[in-house]
Design a binder for this molecule. Structure first.
Ligand SMILES: Cc1cc2nc3c(=O)[nH]c(=O)nc-3n(C[C@H](O)[C@H](O)[C@H](O)COP(=O)(O)O)c2cc1C
Length: 184
């Protein structure tokens, strides 16, 4: 049932990944789900850059060095996390949003559509027993220093994917949906 998949999906972090590879076919299935997200005026703004293989290590090096150059309070622990997390993953996908030339709809709608695409990916990965999480460190605003980005394209995060052995914990929410809902 989809409601079970929705409830049981968790953020699964690099520390939980085992070293099993993720195949290109598996990544393509996950990306295919993204393309079916709803989209206002059919702008289909989601764009993805897949780091799969050696590019994972160079992404880690870029993020770690960026952190070293910009950190207000540098820690070697954080440096090593930036360096090593992409390599622990089965692949990392940069989540990007492309504005259409005419900017025909507000930016927030394009971000919302891209986030819906990511939820499709996250649920698909979960149903394939592949863990995932959306990471949004400051370096995503400077991804154009590492990879080619189009005019009007913005990186919204990094989607880490990895296979895992452990049972996933039960999810928690601070408040119930009733507390967040007003009936009129
Ligand atoms: C837009 C977005 C950005 C996120 N950025 C981060 C992040 O930078 N670091 C992090 O640990 N988790 C990040 N998360 C994942 C959340 O921490 C996680 O989804 C939340 O703790 C709820 O846990 P659950 O997904 O297992 O239910 C992000 C999630 C979203 C939707």
């Amino acid at each position: 049932m989809i409601s079970e998949i929705i409830k049981n999906r968790r953020a699964v972090f690099p520390a939980q990944y085992n070293s099993q590879p993720i195949t290109k076919e598996e990544i393509l299935s996950i990306l295919e789900a993204a393309n079916w997200a709803p989209t206002h005026r059919r702008t289909e703004p989601w764009r993805f850059k897949v780091f799969h293989g050696e590019s994972q290590a160079t992404l880690g090096k870029f993020m770690a060095e960026y952190y070293k150059e910009t950190a207000a309070k540098y820690s070697e622990f954080t440096y090593n996390k930036f360096l090593n997390n992409p390599v622990k993953a089965g692949c990392v996908i940069a989540i990007c949003m492309q504005r259409d030339e005419k900017e025909s709809i507000p930016e927030w709608e394009e971000i919302a559509a891209t986030a819906m695409a990511v939820q499709n990916m996250w649920l698909t990965a979960h149903s394939m027993k592949i863990g995932a999480y959306w990471s949004s460190p400051g370096v995503i605003n400077s991804m154009d220093q590492h990879i080619a980005m189009e005019e009007g394209e913005r990186c919204l995060g990094l989607f880490y994917l990895g296979k895992f052995d452990d049972e996933l914990p039960e999810g928690t929410r601070k408040t119930t949906i009733e507390e967040k809902t007003t009936w009129l």
